[in-house]
Design a protein around this ligand. Structure first.
Ligand code: FES
Length: 111
């Protein structure tokens, strides 16, 4: 995949960028309609937004909805794959933490 980006004024098809703004952990991030939540996060320079069981940082790994490394909470909906969900203007997103870190991550290991 090429990282090349066509500037709006040079787009022969005539597409134009529609700005959007989301909130991630109380931080306002700007994006463009059509970007995924992960795309907005990456464009803002956030490469990781949660931690795995070992404490290792997690963000986008596969980018196609397979690995579940990119989970976030969108509004009240937990475990949303940020690489699969398009950002919508006004989305309120919180990053997820494990129970051991003192947040509301549900126990799944029999505890
Ligand atoms: S990065 Fe793998 S599911 Fe989102």
């Amino acid at each position: 995949m090429s990282p090349r980006r066509i500037p709006v004024h040079a787009d022969a098809v005539g597409r134009r960028e529609v700005p959007l703004r989301i909130t991630v952990d109380d931080e306002l991030l700007d994006g463009i309609a059509g970007q995924t939540i992960a795309g907005v996060l990456l464009a803002a320079g956030r490469l990781a937004w949660r931690r795995g069981p070992s404490g290792a940082p997690r963000g986008v790994f596969c980018g196609i909805g397979v690995c579940f490394d990119c989970l976030v909470t969108v509004g009240d909906e937990r475990d949303v794959r940020a690489c699969r969900r398009r950002a919508r203007d006004g989305d309120v997103i919180t990053t997820q933490r494990r129970a051991a870190e003192g947040a509301n991550f549900p126990a799944t290991d029999g505890g």
